[in-house]
Design a protein around this ligand. Structure first.
Ligand code: ACM
Ligand code: ZN
Length: 469
């Protein structure tokens, strides 16, 4: 069944006799069955094509597999397909993609187009990174300066405006959430706290340890100014931010960041030190887990489950993170392995697994993207990612929700470059997250990809075309 070349590879394809052939595009018969979850069947017979599913999600997935075939096999007004029965369902429930819209302010039409293309690969989570040092991207009624000041950085590579930035309006956010939901994609917002907070501090300097002045950052980096752990007003801000997110995003998850928090300001700040002694803490890092636990609780009161980057596990003996908090493993697989052992659900997106799509495809100076110490992300590496590692027990593995690819955007200064970084690596990650582990075969993927590239072309998606490893 080489010829169908579907990505991600379906669980089973049984070849039948003969071919389906139609002049023009056929309408597909949809049939309700008792198939559960995201499963579907696509049955190609000589005289008809049927998608069977028991849920809207399953029906959507089946229609997307059919869409792939129409994109590749519809030629000169005729669709010709070999008769076959495809039975399909996912290996993992969380098949995600993260877009950093803080460093680069991607437009709503671009985001929608991208979500649509990703959903063709059964990607079902859009992790929307909405705040960082370089820009805050939505309005919070009670904190208007986040939009007025925090959304604007001074300089942007290759841009000559006096400032660069903007926010997504309430109606734009609802538009993206609705558009995604029609495509079986849940939009999960992220606000990064208490680090990566320059945009917040530039807007409300009183929330920092030194009082500033601060600026919305105009370059990549980890910045030492973070929210002051000794100032309870940071929780007033979090409360209003969470209320805003809860009103806009139906998803049960909210990502609260927690990565790369430097403690030198907290070490030198009398207010932070006072809080440390009031709480009877021994280490500055414990202040972060105290903050994380409070944020998790605030979200739980709003019916939301918190997700955090793997740093949240550090110094968390004293303030134990609630078990339901989800850990997103990014620095390697250690965070995910430790989190599952502690009983947390886990999403794997290690930069060491080819999940960081801001990394170069190839280690050449011309290639866009970064290479940290020679670490790059060839397509084959992304394909090889497996959220369940050999270090996990069977019990630990049950807590692995899935994985995702992340695109950080400081160097990705145009939508077309973003697409080049995303495709075909997200095709590879989609297969790693959807298809059975035993069926993974890099050579077979590579063959199917040659057909699949035409589908991306037909959707107007830019893609990397160089060597896969
Ligand atoms: C991260 O890449 N700082 C999560
Ligand atoms: Zn402080």
């Amino acid at each position: 069944m080489e010829h169908l070349s579907i990505i991600p590879k379906p669980v089973s394809i049984k070849r039948g006799e003969g071919f389906f052939q139609s002049e023009g595009m056929p309408s597909v018969t949809r049939k309700e069955t008792d198939l559960g979850g995201e499963a579907y069947k696509l049955i190609i017979e000589k005289d008809r094509i049927t998608v069977e599913a028991g849920t809207p999600a399953g029906m959507y997935n089946g229609m997307q597999t059919f869409r792939q075939l129409t994109l590749s096999d519809y030629c000169d007004g005729t669709l010709k397909l070999p008769c076959a029965e495809i039975s399909d369902y996912p290996r993992f429930s969380w098949r995600g993609f993260m877009l950093d819209c803080s460093r680069y302010f991607y437009s709503v039409p671009f985001i929608k187009n991208l979500i649509d293309a990703l959903s063709m690969h059964h990607i079902n989570r859009f992790h929307w990174h909405l705040t960082d040092d370089q820009g805050w991207r939505f309005n919070v009624k009670e904190y208007p300066l986040l939009a007025e000041i925090g959304s604007r950085r001074q300089v942007r590579n290759l841009m000559r405006q006096p400032y660069y930035g903007g926010i997504y309006t309430e109606s734009e956010i609802r538009e993206v959430v609705g558009f995604a939901s029609e495509r079986n994609v849940e939009v999960v917002p992220e606000v990064d706290l208490p680090g990566h907070a320059s945009a917040i501090l530039a807007s409300y300097p009183g929330l920092g340890c030194t009082g500033g002045p601060y600026r919305v950052e105009d370059r990549y980096g980890i910045f030492e100014d973070v929210l002051c752990a000794g100032n309870d007003q940071i929780f007033d801000l979090a409360e209003k931010v969470f209320n805003t997110l809860a009103a806009l995003f139906p998803s049960k998850w909210v990502h609260i960041g927690g990565d790369e928090v430097w403690y030198n300001r907290w070490d030198a700040c009398p207010k932070c030190q006072k809080k440390l002694s009031e709480l009877g803490l021994n280490k500055t890092g414990e202040l972060q887990s105290w903050i994380t636990c409070k944020l998790v609780q605030m979200l739980a009161e709003r019916g939301k489950t918190a997700i955090g980057w793997d740093e949240i596990l550090e110094d968390s003996d004293k303030f134990k993170l609630p078990k339901e908090m989800v850990v997103m493993s990014w620095r390697g697989d250690e965070g995910g392995t430790k989190a599952s052992r502690l009983g947390h659900p886990v999403i794997m997106a290690p930069c060491t697994y080819g999940c960081y799509l801001d990394y170069k495809h190839l280690n050449t100076p011309e290639e866009p993207g970064q290479s940290f110490g020679g670490l790059i992300a060839p397509v084959y590496k992304s394909y090889s990612m497996d959220p369940v590692t050999s270090k996990m027990s069977e019990e630990d593995a049950k807590l692995i929700l899935g994985g995702q690819g992340n695109l950080w955007a400081e160097l990705i200064y145009a939508g077309k470059i973003a697409e080049y970084m995303i495709f075909p690596r997200m095709c590879a990650i989609a297969e790693a997250l959807w298809s059975p582990r035993e069926s993974k075969d890099i050579d077979d993927f590579s063959r199917r990809l040659t057909v699949h590239r035409k589908r991306l072309d037909d959707l107007g998606i830019n893609q990397y075309r160089g060597p896969l490893q």
